[in-house]
Ligand binder design. Sequence first.
Ligand code: SAM
Ligand code: SF4
Length: 471
Amino acid sequence: MTDFEFLQDGLKDQQGYMQMVQSIMEVRARGAQPLAYIRTYGCQQNVSDGEKIKGMLQQMGYSFTEREEDADLILFNTCAVREHAEDRVFGNVGALKNIKRRHPSMLIALCGCMMEQEHVAERIRKSFPFVNLVFGTHSLHRFPKLLYEALFTGKRVVERGVDDHTIVEGLPVRRDGEFKAWLPIMYGCDNFCSYCVVPHVRGRERSRQPQAVLREAEELIRSGYRDITLLGQNVNSYGKNLEQPVNFSQLLGEIDRIPGNYWLRFMTSHPKDATQEMIDTMASGKHICHHLHLPFQSGSNRVLKEMNRRYTREKYQEMILYAKSKMPDLSLTSDVIVGFPGETYEDFQETLSLIREVEFTSLFTFIFSPRVGTPAASMDDPVPYEEKSAWFRELLNVQEEIAAKRCASLVGQELTVLVEEKTGKDGELSGRTQGNMIVEFPGDPSDIGRFIKVKVTQARNWILKGEPAEQ
Ligand code: SAM
Ligand code: SF4
């Protein structure tokens, strides 16, 4: 029996638990549909996990509510990447105490990355006795069993750190969007950047079989999804652990060959593994957006080394130059950390100079946050937080100027836009370009979920304004 067959078998057990949960809840809710309130924190991988949790709950007969007070089950799917996210979770869990007092039969569950950390589990055990169920990222597919145990026994159920180093296919998914979809191609991370908790809480890299990814992509395209993002912490290592190795560029090319009216993008690429082959596949693809999210984290080679990123500023610049030469309309986005331990103002200036050189469309910017168990958490960190905040503001100002300049350069162009939503202004819609830029324009809500051409007439900072172009 292969691992894969074994896990499909395990999934059959979960089907049994789903039915048992449904029976319990039918009795408890006296025939009414039980309600779940789900809150997801953090990255797209977590959002994708949240969609699976909702898929399983839907199969267990649950429907969903936006009001915590109305819920039979409250579940927080947590993020551990920065202290700020962790503090928000603890604050919000604390606030549930009163709701639980008013609704004692309500079940409170916590899952996701934070739950894989020992100090967090300890704090929950001591300070939040009203939490009924705790499970980590590795236990996601066992959620029905764990929920059943919590409901049936009335006791607190905890399952953490059970990494079976594998992937479970076939979990039900309830997608949040109707035309934008996340498609995980791999899980975990082997990179151990010195500041990052992800490898510690999500385990080693595991790639999905290419057939499974292709099947899901075909289904999404057939069901009318227009913007599909392939997900992984480091998509460039896709396939390394498969029996018949397939690399990321090959997978990307295969998906791109599926006929249909859709855009394809991916995140996250790691500069140490990004290849010219991947850029070539992007450039020659029919559906692949000319948008590359390539986190550089720092412009200083000294800091990059301390971060254990395993590339240099020069290697990063080389990849960017190559990508721009193949796709002159390329939109680049990135992640950057300010105030890594030992970073000097001179190091920080190198980050700014890289930002000016590359001219990113937008940046995800973070002030360094020490994470328990990571090497960076115990490095000397002499720069006070206030000073780091001042650097951070300096960086934001530089990036705002660049974003405004990039937007201004698009005035007069006709761009294809995927229409996303109403803006709140009468008769106005907003959408995104291939490069992930926001465009606002007059239009009819019936266009939401469609591609339309918009002529850019104005740039307001990083938002474009336009008029629908003649089709
Ligand atoms: N795997 C992706 C990569 O390597 O680019 C990123 C995953 S991580 C969830 C998203 C971003 O969070 C990182 O790129 C980094 O900029 C930021 N980040 C991670 N750990 C951090 C920390 N301890 N302090 C501040 N920012 C952090
Ligand atoms: Fe974290 Fe680095 Fe892995 Fe990204 S590549 S998830 S930053 S360890």
